[in-house]
Write a protein that binds this ligand. Structure first.
Ligand SMILES: Nc1ncnc2c1ncn2[C@@H]1O[C@H](COP(=O)(O)OP(=O)(O)OP(=O)(O)O)[C@@H](O)[C@H]1O
Length: 827
């Protein structure tokens, strides 16, 4: 297979595939086969016996990652599983997950996608300004950019939001009155909200990965891991992402692939020219340009080249492979926007029969895509608005995901609020508002749903008084709770009279400790000599924690791996009267600390025991921190009781409903949990026919993603991560169910179609007036180029009278276009 495909490659492509000794910069204009080349070069590396675990491929979309994996799988089915092929965010998540013990995040945290971010910001902005949506667009990118800007300062610098925003606005001035007046407060409230709910957004993933890689040990480990790094669509890689690549690559081989003319995310922080300047200086790459275009007809390619010249874009021109001269671009003008859309409809139904499915309609804005979709639908043309088929973003899917997310992260009030507002539960708004006001007593919304008829901290306080608290910590061969082994269990039983008992055992693992030796210091030999068999160690632990309150710092991780070991050894889960996490308490009691790691808390409280990765020492430090927290909790006891008296009777019923629902979810595979919610909990009564169809698709997706060997909880985690990282993406398969996709140009990145209609080629629409005002005219030109180069056979450009035709159409130059004007009554 590889040999056969190798034969089809042109000389430039072969140069790239075969060069595995230098760093590379591959400049590849649209349609010249860079995706194909990356896949073949990876296969070639495997042929040359490069270990698959040392190859990292970063793609722009999950779809591209999947396609690349499939393509490489054709050449090497066995090794493809061991490659790391991910999008940037997904890679950062992977890295953080592997460094669970070092990250500042508390696992399992919930990753929120862009629509959740918008939702949260909308609420904050409304609460502060009583203004609604019109400020959203600006605010989302403002928050994203300020968060990234924070990385210009060292992690040790303490920077309050006010100072950070001031510094940012000095460098990047804004005229938006809401940003100027409220920017810092909005940022502060947004960050606080995420922390309280144990959620992270996409930028946090990049920030946390950067933070982790600052640690010399962690950095060296990851640098050692990857010897070959390939990055697709480098032109849209943000400066921050490039920084991570650079750190990882160090002196290893790196290959960047891209096309300056397809940079369409400069507004989000990509600066390809600066990045490449830096890359050339540091890595001294061999530069190869792919010149042969395999996608478009001769005429379309000449038109695209002509556009590049006339608009002064980056001078990378390509030559056609196609023998077909092709048809000229058809430019037509409607007497109104409606007439323009009707002309598109007419053209589609006249020229293309059912066999011609490869058609797409591209627009500059979402709102135009919506109008086109509506009108085509009325005309009976089967089409689909890409925005609507982002399955993971639909309200109904998000409703079900909220239940799952809450089930595994009981600190997630964001998800909880979604659940209790849902029509099947419907807690009244006034009550939710009142419950949110009880934070001053360390009672967050989620605490109301954990509390029995009394103070949620009562069991902890009582446990302390009765010397029945167990502080626990386990060490393992790695951080994958589903497959790694426990090698040490350490616990103390303590309370108001100090430490009463202690358990400290080593355990024989079923596999080598590998690199984890550097974290805990136990060798295979020592564990073999001194370790107990795991069933025995688990029994000892079971006895030790019986009837005790279990506490730990980020205890969820320890409990997950214990649960997994019990499951693997066919043992019953442990039962204990309560679990508390000092990390959770730290967030509530000291919300404004820069981080809540055990070391930070130990310094703040001045504990005698200092945490140092030795399990017993860490436990002692945790117990001192806990004692301090219990004192604080006690101080607010009366306040909590007065809240409980006022609201608990209203909460109780709903609480029981939510608890029984979430408990049930954790006893089933994800897809069964979906049908349980739909049927037994009657979620289905709340949705329309289309929404129910989406939920059926979601069910199927959960079934496909399900992995038997993972625990129920880990499968939920997998589904949630998948949905967050895929939320902004178009699932190509759904597009081609015999419907014509209507989408924005940004959504069309990386796709190709036989026939492409670019609508709304009017001044002020394309280029968009706002972008031009903000200084992004060049980016608008590149977006136009991306649109033109999606077409394989024919391109249609349309506009309407009332506004002038976009000058971008003129910049294609003459000799490639036919003009047509039709009045509305003739359509
Ligand atoms: N050597 C080749 N021979 C025949 N077809 C090829 C060759 N190289 C690439 N192609 C085909 O050309 C088309 C474009 O390739 P590909 O999608 O890899 O380009 P690209 O550079 O990633 O494009 P873009 O940047 O516009 O997304 C694909 O259909 C691919 O299969």
């Amino acid at each position: 297979m590889f040999e056969r495909d190798w034969e089809t490659l042109n000389e430039d492509q072969r140069l790239v595939v075969k060069n595995i000794k230098d760093s590379l910069l591959v400049l590849a204009p649209a349609g010249t086969g860079k995706t194909k080349v990356i896949a073949m070069r990876t296969a070639y590396l495997l042929n040359q016996k490069v270990p698959p675990t040392s190859i990292l491929c970063l793609t722009f979309t999950n779809k591209a990652a999947r396609e690349m994996e499939e393509r490489i799988g054709l050449y090497d089915k066995h090794n493809v599983r061991h490659l790391t092929i991910r999008t940037f965010h997904s890679f950062c998540y992977y890295l953080i997950n592997q460094e669970k013990q070092n990250t500042r995040l508390a696992f399992p945290c919930t990753i929120i996608d862009e629509s959740d971010t918008q939702d949260i910001l909308k609420r904050i902005i409304f609460a502060l300004t009583k203004q609604e949506e019109k400020y959203m667009g600006n605010m989302t990118s403002f928050i994203e950019n300020v968060k990234k800007y924070r990385l210009n300062f060292s992690f040790d610098t303490e920077l309050k939001e006010e100072r950070l925003v001031k510094a940012y606005l000095k460098e990047y001035p804004s005229k938006d009155p809401i940003i100027l007046q409220y920017g810092a407060r909005i940022l502060r409230l947004y960050e606080k909200y995420l922390k309280e709910n144990n959620c992270v957004d996409f930028i946090d993933l990049i920030i946390e990965a950067t933070y982790l890689l600052e640690d010399p040990e962690i950095r060296a480990k990851w640098q050692k891991r990857y010897h070959y790094i390939q990055v697709d669509e480098m032109q849209d890689t943000s400066t921050r992402e490039y920084h991570i690549i650079k750190v990882l690559a160090k002196e290893n081989h790196i290959a960047l692939y891209g096309d300056f003319n397809q940079t369409i995310y400069e507004w989000r922080g990509s600066a390809p020219q600066t990045m490449i300047g830096d890359y050339k200086e540091i890595f001294n790459p061999v530069e190869i340009t792919l010149k042969t275009n395999y996608r478009s007809t001769q005429l379309l390619l000449k038109a695209a080249n002509s556009f590049i010249r006339n608009s002064n874009l980056y001078p990378s021109l390509s030559i056609p492979y196609a023998k077909e001269i092709g048809e000229p671009i058809e430019v037509f003008c409607g007497g109104s926007q409606e007439a323009e859309i009707l002309m598109i409809a007419k053209s589609i139904s006249e020229h293309y029969t059912a066999e011609h499915k490869q058609i797409a309609i591209l627009t500059r804005t979402n709102s135009l895509a919506k109008s086109i979709y509506k009108m085509l639908e009325k005309k009976g043309i089967p089409c689909i608005r890409v925005e609507d088929i982002r399955l993971m973003r639909t309200t109904e899917v998000k409703d079900l995901l909220a239940v799952m997310s809450y089930a595994i992260n009981l600190r997630n009030s964001y998800a909880l609020e979604k659940i209790i507002k849902h029509p099947v539960i419907h807690m009244e708004q006034w009550l939710i508002q009142e419950l949110k006001k009880t934070k001053s007593g360390y009672m967050y919304l989620h605490d109301w749903f954990l509390a029995e008829n009394n103070d949620p901290y009562q069991p902890l306080i009582e446990g302390y008084m009765q010397n029945k608290i167990v502080v626990l910590d386990v060490e393992s061969t790695g951080l994958d709770t589903t497959s790694d082994d426990i090698i040490q269990i350490a616990a103390i039983c303590y309370g108001k009279d100090g430490v009463k008992d202690q358990l400290d055992v080593l355990v024989k693992p079923t596999k080598s400790v590998g690199d984890s030796y550097y974290v805990h210091g136990f060798t295979d030999d020592q564990l073999e000599r001194e370790g107990l068999e795991i069933p025995h160690a688990l029994d000892l632990l079971g006895d030790f924690i019986k009837d005790k309150i279990v506490v730990g710092h980020n205890i969820k991780y320890d409990l997950s791996i214990i649960e997994s070991m019990l499951y693997r050894h066919h043992k019953q889960s442990f039962a204990y009267p309560g679990v508390y996490d000092t990390l959770d308490l730290a967030h509530k009691i000291y919300p404004y600390l820069p981080n809540h790691k055990l070391g930070t808390l130990s310094e703040l409280i001045k504990t005698q025991a200092k945490p140092n990765h030795n399990a017993l020492q860490d436990i002692l430090a945790t117990s001192e921190v806990l004692t301090h927290f219990i004192k604080k909790l006690n101080e607010k006891k009366d306040e909590r009781y007065s809240y409980l008296e006022a609201y608990y009777p209203y909460v109780q019923g709903v609480k029981e409903q939510v608890q029984s629902m979430t408990k049930e979810i954790l006893k089933k595979p994800t897809y069964e949990a979906i049908s349980y919610l739909m049927n037994s909990c009657n979620y289905k009564s709340a949705y329309s026919k289309e929404a129910l169809q989406n939920l059926r698709d979601f069910y199927k997706m959960a079934q496909q993603l399900y992995e038997e060997h993972l625990s129920y909880e880990d499968n939920i985690m997998k589904l949630l991560t998948f949905s967050a990282l895929h939320a902004s993406e178009v699932e190509q398969s759904a597009l081609f169910k015999g419907k014509i996709p209507v989408m924005t140009l940004h959504q069309a990145k990386g796709l190709e179609f036989d026939y492409v209609y670019m609508a709304g080629c009017n001044e002020d629409i394309f280029p968009s007036r706002r972008s031009v005002k903000e200084g992004y005219l060049e980016e608008e030109k590149r977006l136009f180029y991306v649109g033109m180069t999606r077409a394989k056979k024919k391109l249609y450009l349309s506009y309407h009278t009332g506004k002038k035709m976009s000058f971008l159409v003129e910049e294609i130059g003459e000799g490639f276009k036919n003009y047509r004007q039709v009045a509305l009554d003739k359509v």
